[in-house]
Write a protein that binds this ligand. Structure first.
Ligand SMILES: [Zn+2]
Length: 221
C-alpha cells in the first residue's frame, strides 16, 4: 500500500470501495498547484484528486474539477459521463450490481462475477492481469435483483471446472491467486445461468451481450 492509502479516512476508503475505485484512481495533489494537478490527474487517467479538505466536512477526495465527491457523488458521475468512461447508466446510476461473465480470449477461460461498473471491472481485469491474462472481454451481463445470490449459485454449479494456480496483481499490487476462473464451455455455462434465473422466477431472459455471440461460441465453445 502506498502512503496515500494510509491518509484516507474510513469514509474516503468506503467511498472508493463503493464506487469500485482504488487509490490508483486518486491523484495526490496535496503539494501541487490546483490547475497543474487537475491537468496531471486527467493525463494520467485518475478519476479523483486528493486535495484540500472540503469546507463542510473536511473530506479530501475531489473530482478533477474540485468538487467534494463525498458530499456530492453525482459530481463524479457527471465527470465520468462527460468524459465517456466508466459509465453505464443502467448499471451504475442507482448503484446496482450486475451479474457478468467475462472470457479470456488467449487463455480460453471464463470468469463469473458481479459488478456495479462493468467498464471499470473490465479495465481492472486486464490491468491486474487476472489469471495471468490481459485479454479479457466482458461476454455478457444480466441484471438480477440479487446478483450475489446468483453468483454464488452459479459458482457452486460450475465448481468442478475451476482452474487453480493462476495469479494476478490485486489492488495493493500483491500477487494473489485468481479464484474465479473456470475452464468451461460457454454454452454449458450459459445454459446453467438461464436455468438458474428461471428457477429464481425470471420469466424473461434479457441478456445484455457485450461481445458477438457467434464469436463467443467459436472461442469458448
Ligand atoms: Zn465533503
Amino acid at each position: 500500500m502506498s502512503n496515500l492509502y494510509k491518509l484516507f479516512s474510513f469514509e474516503e476508503t468506503s467511498f472508493l470501495e463503493d464506487h469500485q475505485l482504488s487509490e490508483l484512481d486518486v491523484y495526490d495533489a496535496r503539494f501541487e498547484n490546483k490547475k497543474l494537478a487537475r491537468k496531471k490527474a486527467k493525463n494520467s487517467n485518475k478519476q479523483l484528486i486528493y486535495g484540500t479538505p472540503c469546507i463542510k466536512h473536511g473530506h479530501r477526495l475531489r473530482t478533477r474539477a474540485g468538487h467534494c465527491v463525498i458530499c456530492d457523488p453525482t459530481k463524479l458521475r457527471f465527470q465520468q459521463n462527460y468524459h465517456g468512461i466508466l459509465f453505464n447508466p443502467v448499471e451504475n446510476l442507482r448503484g446496482l450490481s450486475n451479474f457478468y461473465v467475462a472470457g479470456s480470449i488467449d487463455k480460453k477461460l471464463i470468469k463469473v462475477g458481479i459488478s456495479k461498473n462493468i467498464e471499470y471491472r473490465l479495465k481492472q481485469l486486464n490491468v491486474n492481469q487476472y489469471a495471468e491474462s490481459n485479454n479479457w472481454k466482458i461476454l455478457f451481463t444480466h441484471w438480477v435483483s440479487d446478483p450475489g445470490e446468483t453468483e454464488t449459485k452459479i459458482k457452486k454449479s460450475i465448481e468442478k471446472f475451476q482452474i487453480k494456480d493462476l495469479f494476478y496483481f490485486d489492488q495493493d499490487g500483491k500477487y494473489s491467486e485468481a479464484k474465479e476462473v473456470y475452464n468451461i464451455k460457454f454454452s454449458v455455462l450459459y445454459r446453467l445461468f438461464v436455468q438458474e434465473i428461471k428457477e429464481q422466477g425470471y420469466t424473461e431472459i434479457k441478456t445484455n451481450w457485450h461481445y458477438y455471440k457467434k464469436l463467443i461460441l467459436k472461442t469458448f465453445g
